[in-house]
Design a protein around this ligand. Structure first.
Ligand code: PGA
Length: 249
């Protein structure tokens, strides 16, 4: 039996002060009427975090703020980056770490990602680690090895609690999704990694072209505990449609 379902909204570099407020207001009333054990986490770009942090003050609502990244050092000469301390100060409880857009556009490798996870844990932020294969890896049938090595090289051995999002790179923003067997194969593989490494407190999410039409089937898969939603999380109708399954009107 699944304990919790996580809905993580990765807003990426979208929305402004007005549209972010408008979006949250449109579903905020639902949040205190949970039907099931649902944890909703909103991850806006950094400058929106202070602006919307008031919405997340009541922790009993299982409605949390997350960041899309943290730097791997606490402070220093890192022009353009944002620190974990400020992310915490403005009420974030979670942080996405190692998203494929960070890996690709900011050259983040597993050793940097591991440092970020260690720092997140030190500051009591729950990491949402993204892993996933490229189209090439899938075509060459070495995707399970790629994902295993991402997990092995970025997860510290003494880790207590983590969320891993399986996000095939070829599925992000493309409208393509793996079929249920393909998702379940990778999720079971991630599950085995944790069992073998004696890490008990973990949740596995799926991410990549989730929308209001396909999320329900995917969330029912045995080893999947929810999703990391990009494009559909900034479209009001889509996101409300997804939430409606878990919250009363
Ligand atoms: P998408 O993005 O839902 O737009 O495919 C998911 C993600 O990148 O986290």
């Amino acid at each position: 039996m699944k304990q919790n379902t996580f809905i993580v909204a990765n807003w990426k570099m979208n929305l402004n002060f007005n549209s972010a407020n408008d979006l949250i207001k449109s579903f905020k009333d639902k949040i205190n009427k949970r039907k099931t054990n649902i944890i909703t986490i909103i991850c806006p770009q950094f400058l929106l975090i202070p602006q919307i942090s008031d919405y997340f003050e009541n922790e009993n609502l299982n409605f949390f703020l997350g960041s899309q990244d943290i730097h791997h050092e606490t402070s220093g000469a890192f022009t353009g980056d944002s620190s974990v301390e400020l992310v915490k100060e403005f009420g974030c409880k979670y942080s996405i770490i190692g998203h494929s857009e960070r890996r690709k556009n900011h050259f983040e490798d597993d050793s940097i990602i591991k440092k970020k996870i260690i720092l997140a844990i030190k500051y009591s932020l729950i990491p949402i680690l993204c892993v996933g294969e490229s189209f090439e890896d899938r075509k060459n049938k070495n995707y399970l090895d790629v994902i295993y090595s991402q997990l092995k090289n970025s997860i510290p051995s003494d880790l207590k609690s983590i969320i891993v999002a399986y996000e095939p790179i070829w599925s992000i923003g493309t409208g393509l999704t793996p079929n249920n067997n393909q998702i379940e194969e990778v999720a079971a593989h991630i599950n085995n990694f944790f069992i073998h490494n004696n890490i008990q407190n973990f949740n596995i999410l799926y991410g990549g072209s989730l929308n209001s039409e396909n999320y329900n089937e995917i969330f029912k898969l045995e080893n999947i505990n929810g999703g990391l939603i990009g494009g559909a999380s900034v479209k009001k109708e889509q996101f409300i449609k997804i939430l409606s399954n878990f919250y009363l009107d």
